[in-house]
Design a protein around this ligand. Structure first.
Ligand code: SAH
Length: 367
């Protein structure tokens, strides 16, 4: 077997190399994390960018087997923030110099929803004098809809592939026309074609998932040439079908560790992309996101959904900070990022350098 330090010297990585990196422990893991931290600092610097996350509705048309807000979960209290509540949260992000906001919700394909998002995008641009960057994360939509929102001013889109293995995808979703792997893939291509900075990601530690699946996920991000990645541990939810398999899961601590390794290896593989330290990391370890930042992530999505609703956007159990108001998060984050040896890029968009280069905004010899 090749040693980890030899693999870390390489400039291209085989699937087997990636598997080995994902399985390293002890001193080898320390080496991996040192390399990923170094790579991060030289390619994207120390800055951490904020995206104020507004989970504006938990109403969802989909029935994903892992997700707490799936359509068939009738124990969820459904909510839908009104526009003025959303814009209050946006104002908060703007006043606190967050640089960008993310609008996220359950999936909804209705024309009313399309119009509403388009209108909100315009309002956000106006309210912030075009200063706030806008990321959308509202699922699979048609090309026309994606285009309308792009033209209104949204410039980044997050759509996790959840797993790049189509067979595993099938196992964790209902077998119907709303949950098709190829459709999701096609959405990623459409988003790129339209001109968005495209983000995707996977859950780590899903039932039936193997190390080889995760290594393939990393190669998938690379082959697709993704601009941004958000990935985190899968956390079981008792009101979902996958809960049945909870005894087959890795212990939480191991899922957490594997997630950090995924971030570190991805940073080494795709040096100039934006990588988010997912909130789910913090659900397992109170310093989870900071640890993510330390080993390679450069984006944090502080939750600025009004506190009253946060408890109801429960994708998984033990979601952090659900009892806080947004203002409490800000002071807390400042201190946390400093601990992780980062600096906050206040008021900056912090676009993906990978995207800038792909668009020809950066010369080839820059990151
Ligand atoms: N409707 C949007 C947003 C979905 S929620 C969309 O389809 O993109 C955002 C992410 O939460 C999902 O993509 C999924 O990866 C993650 N998620 C859902 N359930 C989860 C769970 N039980 N554990 C960890 N992450 C989960």
């Amino acid at each position: 077997m090749t040693s980890i330090s030899t693999i870390l010297e390489k400039t291209s990585f085989s699937q087997k190399d990636l598997e080995q990196l994902l399985q390293c422990e002890g001193e080898e893991k320390t080496l991996l994390f040192m390399k990923s931290a170094e790579t991060k600092e030289s390619f994207v610097g120390k800055k951490v960018y904020f995206r104020g996350l507004i989970e504006f509705s938990n109403v969802c048309d989909k029935d994903c087997f892992y997700c707490g807000i799936r359509k068939s979960n009738d124990q969820v209290k459904r909510y839908n923030l009104n526009d003025s509540e959303i814009l209050d949260a946006v104002r908060f992000a703007h006043e606190n110099n967050f640089g960008s906001v993310v609008l996220q919700s359950g999936e909804n394909g209705s024309p009313v929803f399309t119009d509403r998002i388009e209108n909100l995008i315009r309002e956000i641009k106006q309210l912030s004098n075009n200063r706030l960057g806008i990321t959308l994360s509202v699922g699979e939509q048609s090309e026309t809809v994606y285009r309308r929102w792009f033209e209104a001013g949204a410039h980044r889109y997050l759509l996790r592939i959840e797993t790049s293995n189509p067979f595993l995808y099938r196992k964790i979703h209902p077998d119907n026309e709303l949950h098709i792997y190829d459709t999701r893939m096609n959405c990623l291509y459409l988003l790129r074609k339209i001109g968005y900075q495209v983000g995707t990601g996977v859950m780590i530690g899903l039932p039936f998932q193997t190390i080889s699946d995760l290594a393939n996920d990393l190669l998938f991000f690379q082959n697709f040439g993704i601009d941004m990645v958000g990935m985190g541990p899968y956390i079981e939810h008792s009101q979902t079908p996958l809960y049945e398999f909870r005894n087959q899961l890795l212990p939480l601590k191991e899922r957490f560790d594997l997630s950090l390794k995924m971030i570190a290896v991805l940073r080494i593989l795709m040096k100039n992309i934006n990588i988010a330290a997912a909130t789910a990391l913090q659900a397992i370890d109170p310093l989870g996101r900071e640890k993510g930042i330390k080993v390679g992530a450069n984006i944090i999505m502080p939750n600025i959904t009004p506190g009253f609703y946060r408890n109801d956007y429960s994708l998984y159990e033990n979601k952090p900070c659900v009892d806080e108001e947004p203002a409490q998060c800000v002071g807390c984050l400042d201190a946390r990022i400093a601990l992780a040896d980062g600096e906050i890029g206040y008021g900056e968009w912090g676009d993906s350098l990978h995207f800038e280069k792909r668009k020809g905004h950066l010369p080839e010899d820059l990151p």
